[in-house]
Design a protein around this ligand. Structure first.
Ligand code: 5AD
Ligand code: SF4
Length: 459
């Protein structure tokens, strides 16, 4: 039997795609190996969101070259860099055998035939028509033993943010029909999953036969489901209906990842984000009124072309005003084919040292705020869905509270239970405490032992 190794970069969409690749390869009698050096087939599932992400892929390819020399392993490049660079990858890296985009995962058998039998180097990056796109159905058995799982509800993105490569790498929005989503969630619940995260590049513009708010409400009603999450959203789709869903359905977990990108209206306009800071704050105030304990997290880009010190100060002020539970902040990176890449000269590039210094200031402020927010939990109980042994200390258990914060605790609650944990210590990134009363028993027994070794690396 031949063995494969997949190195996954980037977001949850890519992790999901890796699972789909694994399913296709299993059908071809390939077996996974956790060690790249033992593989007959190495696939890099790539991310191109920022330049650094892309650099990582070329350095990983350099490392895998040896496996090719030593045992003749095939090397394939999939994911977002593949979609963006196409045959350029074959030209740049002579030992890559094939390149395939996210819409072409089901073509892996034909691609491998062409490479192995036809001795050809192959590029497959055509889009599948929206009407013809079929969302692959995940095998629920592969989720047995997990209490949290991701469910794809849409793919692609129709927004026009000036900095973003995603519309070029993931194509137009396509939503998955809601009955299919509900069937998948029900199948997951039957194997013990209690928390589902609905994923897509732009989930709240979902159009699969129901509004996104209605989809969330229907998923929350699936027997066995205790928590529903979703990611990622655009502020212009944070509708009153979605806010209402938070008000009426407590199973929609108290966390909203709402990327703002900048605290300056001038920068937002150049980014083509179609909202002002004031509008964003008004939406947020409404959401917080509907769900007062909601955790808000965001994405920020620092050093977008033309960002003045004053613009950046506005981002600092917004950070203080919102008091985010967490921020994912990045320095602006020029991406091929994006509209901002074409206008950097005109708007004015920000020197690298200035970007890095601003990022550092912002991250220091955010860390202080996150530590302060987490400290408010000290001396109080939080509700935790138990996921397993703590990653930092195997003697402890770990899970998350509704706000999506990691909680490490002393106790013996079974995986899949919902328990109260009395918090006695907090840090910027986690809460620590002692198990209290059990709120819900697990739906099925889940083994403590890891089910399988990590089969692919995620960067
Ligand atoms: N440069 C820096 N950060 C970017 N992001 C997207 N494109 C870029 C870019 N060109 C960030 C945004 C987005 C997150 C996923 O990545 O903040 O929300
Ligand atoms: Fe990276 Fe975006 Fe592609 Fe995800 S969709 S892998 S974040 S470029």
């Amino acid at each position: 039997m031949k063995r494969y190794f997949i190195h996954t970069f980037g977001c949850q969409m890519n992790v999901n795609d890796t699972n789909r690749m694994s399913e296709v390869l299993a059908g071809l009698q390939y077996q996974p190996t956790p060690v790249a050096e033992d593989a007959d087939l190495i696939i890099l599932n790539t991310c191109s969101i920022r330049e650094k992400a892309e650099d990582k892929i070329y350095s990983a390819l350099g490392r895998y070259r040896q496996v090719k020399t030593q045992r003749g392993a095939l090397i394939g490049v999939g994911g977002c860099v593949a979609q963006q660079e196409k045959d350029k990858i074959l030209k740049k890296v002579p030992y890559v055998d094939f390149v395939f985009g996210p819409d072409n995962i089901s073509k892996l058998p034909e691609i491998l035939d062409k490479v192995l039998i036809g001795r050809a180097r192959v590029v497959e990056t055509a889009w599948v028509d929206s009407e013809e796109y079929v969302f692959p159905r995940a095998d629920p058995e592969s989720s047995r033993g997990r209490v949290t799982e991701f469910v794809t509800v849409m793919k692609g993105c129709d927004n026009v943010c000036a900095f973003c490569v995603v519309p070029h790498t993931r194509g137009r929005e396509v939503s998955r029909a809601f009955p299919e989503v509900l069937l998948e969630v029900a199948a997951l619940a039957r194997v013990g999953v209690r928390e589902v995260t609905l994923i897509g590049q732009n989930v709240n513009s979902y159009r699969g036969g129901l509004g996104f708010d209605q989809l969330l409400l229907r998923v929350a009603e699936v027997p066995g489901v205790e928590r529903v999450r979703f990611t990622t959203s655009h502020p212009h789709d944070l509708s009153d209906a979605l806010i209402e869903a938070f008000r009426v359905q407590p199973k929609i977990a108290s966390h909203f990842q709402l990327p703002v990108q900048s605290g300056s209206d001038a920068v937002l306009k150049r980014m083509r984000r179609d909202y002002t800071v004031q509008e964003y704050l008004e939406r947020l105030a409404k959401l917080r009124a509907a769900r007062p304990d909601i955790a808000i997290t965001t994405d920020i880009i620092v050093g977008f072309p033309g960002e003045t010190e004053e613009d950046f100060e506005r981002t600092m002020q917004l950070t203080e005003a919102v008091r985010y539970d967490n921020q994912y902040s990045f320095v602006y990176s020029s991406r091929p084919k994006t509209s901002s890449a074409l206008r950097e000269q005109e708007w004015g590039e920000i020197p690298h040292e200035v970007k890095v210094e601003r990022l550092d200031r912002l991250q220091k402020l955010q860390k202080k705020i996150a530590a302060e927010i987490n400290a408010l939990h000290r001396g109080h109980p939080v509700e935790v869905l138990v996921e397993g042994r703590s990653k930092t200390d195997p003697a402890k258990r770990f899970g998350r509270n509704p706000q999506n914060k990691v909680v490490n605790f002393d106790g013996d609650a079974p995986i899949g239970a919902v328990v109260e944990v009395q918090i006695d210590r907090t840090s910027v990134g986690a809460l620590y405490g002692v198990q209290g009363r059990t709120l819900l028993a697990p739906t099925i027994e889940i083994s403590e032992a890891p089910l399988a070794p990590e089969l692919c690396a995620v960067a």
